[in-house]
Design a protein around this ligand. Sequence first.
Ligand code: 5GP
Ligand code: MN
Ligand code: MN
Length: 330
Amino acid sequence: ELARALTDAVRFLHDHDDFLVVAHTNPDGDATASVLAMACILERLGKRYTLANEGETPRRYAFLPRADRIVNHGRHPLGRTYTAAIALDCADLERIGDVRNVLAPNAAVLNIDHHVTNTRYGSVNLVVPQDAATAQVVYRLAQAAGVALDAELATCLYAGILSDTGGFRYANTTAEALRVAGELVAAGVRPDVVAERILELLTEPQLRLLQRVLPSLERYGDGRIACLTVTLEDVAAAQATRGDLEGLVAYARNLEGVAVGVLFREDAPDAVKVSLRAREPVDVARIAQEFGGGGHVRAAGCTLRVPLDEAKRRVIARLERETEGLSLVP
Ligand code: 5GP
Ligand code: MN
Ligand code: MN
């Protein structure tokens, strides 16, 4: 079935000449790197393309080749429509946000993703839940399309896998993910440079935001739930951007004895983005889905259109039910 999806995806690339390439809003490393890897592939196939996202690309990914070509559709609206699109790292099409408005009514969509909650919204669906990152799925597509690895393509693919495995630490760090990563390094990736940029480098706003957010720590459900909260005021005071919030939730999840770490981020007075990170055996993908979101078993998210206090009350109540009497592995 995967072989069939790959064949269909390669045909999709050959059947069209001009593509819109887009990932999810608030793009993370996998989303950004997958878009840029796709740009390398399309260039090698002699295709035209536009790279777009609803918002801006986090600065930490600006070193990736062609990152400056990703159009911030929120600030510089795309002035035309597209009949062929490639959506990357999006479990559902709502995830591309306002970029949806430039898809022609009958636009053909190639859906490339690795989320278990993917809704198979594409005309062609290349969805591989066992892959660590969408970038790993894009690697499969490059192989199937006969596009050889060069250092630029390999760096994008590697950056996506590195990001989504948390630096080869999470449970999605499979033998195959490591094998592909090894092949990418052999093709010219500098793992030290990519890890420094994506995992280590801190911006000053990021550090200031961390100072403000750590005191917000709250524990619920006999300590099995740890919550951090970021208000609009915190973001403004730290002069932080959305990208500076990536990774904050890990402080909650990594606390000893915690089954679920949560980051509540006030996006507007009546919109709260919730990031969920779980320890085995808790499944947060299912819980996020109940709130209209999605994700992976141990890393998922959703947005609640209610004030901050109300969002916290609802999500914490649901998590308390989930984690009651739970014993953690290990
Ligand atoms: P994060 O908490 O870092 O935003 O997201 C964690 C995981 O959940 C990512 O794989 C992300 O794609 C997914 N995710 C986050 N928010 C949403 C959402 O609102 N809807 C869906 N379908 N997935 C989400
Ligand atoms: Mn993602
Ligand atoms: Mn991903």
